[in-house]
Write a protein that binds this ligand. Structure first.
Ligand code: PMP
Length: 358
């Protein structure tokens, strides 16, 4: 078997570990930036009715036309822009990578950042360029990014805005300079849009190579798997060619369309999470030994005293709380944990457990 694997599986795939999702049974989940609130009660019956009527014996609408219209309206995407739907934004990253991959083609992202840019780039055979953020505050090192663009001419540049796992936004002007300088596509990944007022959606059309990517995962629909990508229609029509025919299933199309009609209720959940972020940030700031980083997303990165992160992570787990241990994930994330903002009582339980553990 190992002989077969060695002959068949590419060395770069053999060399990596599979994307790790920890066992969370019985734990308060504060590790994956999910919205802790369920589908709003007031819209529950209507949802069940939509599911009852769904024709799962038929293939879904390949383009999800009704859902696309609902997304455009809800997110203010101009009618002259194209829209592409993915099975989560992960799949959109994959489509982009497949569409541009070829000998010598590269993908650039900022580090520490969302690991799937690198992983998917690798799957597609792209060379990966990781440009470090500034160590002190995770701000964007514009000269370094511009130099890498000049030298390597990346086909794709991903900018998470706000960034995961650091939570900060980058300067608008720096992003504008990158879009203007890049010979390839620049994807502003707005996965955390529900928790910030900043967005490049109003800037669509200003540059031919700007794409904006979003997801419904963080607004409370992570289980449905839907991401969307907006940009120049002719460009997206090309990327669309590598999309698998029925990538967004019937239940997801129907459920998200309905959720967008009730978006005020989901917005309210996200507003609550934003308010809780302020409360949690204040509690973390007051804790001796804990350094929280400012966040515009639904999570907060914290740094612990040197060498303590894994111990504190395990102590939190023993108290029934699962967070993300980032120590060892990247040199700039030494001693760091990332906590997703939960319900008020979950955040209080986290702070209590953390203060006992640190
Ligand atoms: N982009 C960023 C920056 C993320 O943090 C995540 C999820 N953690 C994604 C994209 C993927 O989201 P989705 O659930 O839509 O695949």
């Amino acid at each position: 078997m190992s002989d077969l694997i060695e002959r068949l599986i590419r060395p770069e795939i053999r060399a990596i570990s599979a994307y790790h999702v920890p066992e969370a049974a019985g734990l308060i989940k504060m590790d994956a930036m999910e919205n802790p609130y369920p589908w709003p009660e007031a819209a529950r019956e209507e949802w069940l009715e939509v599911l009852r009527r769904a024709q799962v014996n038929l293939y879904p609408d390949p383009r999800g036309s009704e859902l696309q219209a609902a997304l455009r309206e809800a997110m203010g995407i101009p009618s002259e822009m194209g829209l592409l739907l993915g099975n989560g934004s992960d799949e959109l990253i994959q489509m982009l990578a497949l569409a541009v991959a070829g000998p010598g083609r590269t993908i650039l992202a900022l580090e520490p950042g969302f690991v799937m840019y690198r992983m998917i780039g690798l799957f597609a055979g792209l060379d990966y360029i990781g440009v470090p953020l500034r160590t002190a505050d995770f701000s964007l090192d514009l000269p370094a990014v511009l130099a890498a663009i000049e030298e390597r001419a990346p086909a794709l540049v991903f900018i998470a805005y706000p960034n995961n796992p650091t939570g900060n936004l980058f300067e608008t002007e720096a992003i504008e300079r990158i879009i203007a300088a890049a010979p390839g596509l620049v994807i502003v990944d707005e996965a955390y849009a529900p928790f910030t007022d900043a967005s490049f959606v109003p800037r669509l059309g200003e540059w031919p190579n700007l794409l904006v990517m979003r997801t419904v995962s963080k607004m409370g629909l992570a289980g449905l798997r839907l991401g969307y990508l907006a940009g120049a229609p002719a460009l997206l029509a090309e990327v669309d060619k590598v999309r698998l025919p029925y990538n967004v299933n019937v239940l997801t199309q129907a459920s998200v369309t309905l959720a967008l009609r009730h978006r005020a209720r989901f917005d309210e959940q996200c507003r609550t999470i934003r308010e809780e972020r302020v409360t949690l940030m204040a509690a973390l700031t007051a804790l001796a030994g804990v350094k929280p980083f400012a966040s515009e997303a639904n999570f907060i990165l914290i740094r612990l005293p040197e060498g303590r992160a894994t111990q504190v992570f395990e102590a939190l787990k023993a108290s029934g709380i699962l967070v993300k241990n980032l120590d060892g994930a990247h040199p700039q994330l030494a001693d760091c944990l990332r906590v997703t903002v939960g319900r008020p009582e979950e955040n209080r339980a986290f702070v209590t457990a953390l203060s006992a553990a640190v």
